[in-house]
Design a protein around this ligand. Structure first.
Ligand SMILES: Cc1cc2nc3c(=O)[nH]c(=O)nc-3n(C[C@H](O)[C@H](O)[C@H](O)COP(=O)(O)OP(=O)(O)OC[C@H]3O[C@@H](n4cnc5c(N)ncnc54)[C@H](O)[C@@H]3O)c2cc1C
Ligand code: FES
Length: 279
């Protein structure tokens, strides 16, 4: 079988999440691991790697797409009933089994909430298997918050402690901060670290824009959090998605890795050893 050959998946639902991001439900079940991605193709346009943003415990499978160029714009034009090509799931994903019995600290910025939503849903669906679940989520403003209904519901729930930072104050954010000043603040996501106690026995799961990693990693290091307990998912330009084309290579020599195959999830130890992994 040609592993580069996509199979067809029907679009079940398309929902606007923010002015630039859409949630797309696909009629597909891949038994994936949270943090894995698929290559999604639109006939006559091209292919793009996109994280699966739902947990394997929830059906149907969902992806969240930010419109930035040719393929993602074509994905934004889809309607229910349309077909896309999919390959995968690819990459290693987050070690959900290994993290059982521990606190989870999820740190996300912007679109990074997409892969972390899969982790969050999985942990909530296996709630007894994990201790405390903390979500530190940084947004630019409320209009750009992904999965608004789910996040707002979680803010009032005992299953997960949500901490929220925003860069531009609007009415919703202002009211949230007034209601919950110990968990909501103005600023970037690293500001939230001042509001939480990091249990060194916890596992951290991080996803955000490239610039975020260096600063988040520093926060963990400054607090003596063990780097081997930090899992970060990385984005690189990709083509094949399966370790054949070398488009996604990081590092060199013995520390050379394929982000598509060896990642996209790397540990804090990798970040210390692989040059250029987190900038
Ligand atoms: C493992 C992985 C998971 C991803 N998950 C998601 C996801 O869940 N949702 C989502 O919306 N996107 C995700 N992406 C990013 C997505 O793959 C790119 O945005 C997409 O490939 C852009 O394709 P395009 O044809 O729309 O853009 P193009 O027309 O190719 O490019 C448009 C612009 O975007 C820039 N660009 C293109 N690809 C990338 C990239 N990988 N990184 C930085 N800049 C880029 C180009 O330089 C150009 O400026 C992921 C990428 C990886 C590697
Ligand atoms: S995308 Fe081809 S080797 Fe990673």
């Amino acid at each position: 079988m040609n592993e580069l050959l996509p199979r067809q998946a029907k679009v079940l639902k398309v929902e606007e999440q923010t002015p630039i991001e859409k949630l797309i439900q696909l009629d597909a079940s891949l038994n994936h691991q949270p943090g894995q991605f698929i290559e999604v193709s639109v006939a006559g346009v091209g292919e793009a790697p996109i994280s699966i943003c739902s947990s394997p415990t929830r059906k149907p499978m969902e992806i969240c797409v930010r419109k930035v160029g040719r393929v993602t714009s074509a994905l934004h034009r889809l309607s229910p009933g349309d077909k896309v090509g999919i390959r995968g799931p690819y990459g290693n994903g987050f070690p959900m089994e290994k993290m059982k019995g521990h606190d989870l600290i999820l740190v996300s910025g912007g679109l990074g909430m997409a892969p972390l939503r899969g982790v969050l849903q999985y942990a909530l669906d296996h709630r007894k298997d994990y201790k405390e679940i903390l979500l530190l989520y940084g947004i630019r403003d409320y209009s750009l918050m992904l999965f608004k209904d789910e996040i707002m519901k979680l803010m009032d729930s005992k299953d997960c402690r949500v901490y929220l930072s925003y860069e531009k104050e609007d009415e919703v954010c202002k009211n949230l901060r007034k209601k919950c000043p110990e968990r909501v603040c103005e600023g970037v996501v690293t500001k939230l670290f001042g509001m939480v106690d990091l249990n060194p026995d916890a596992y951290a799961v991080v996803c955000g824009p490239p610039v975020m990693y260096r600063f988040v990693f520093k926060e963990f290091m400054d607090r003596n959090f063990p780097p081997e307990r930090i899992y970060m998912t990385m984005e690189r330009r990709m083509k094949c998605g399966i370790g054949k084309c070398r488009h996604c290579v990081v590092g060199a020599g013995t520390s050379m890795r394929y982000v598509c195959k060896d990642g996209p999830v790397f540990t804090g130890v990798d970040a210390l050893q692989i040059k250029g992994l987190i900038g």
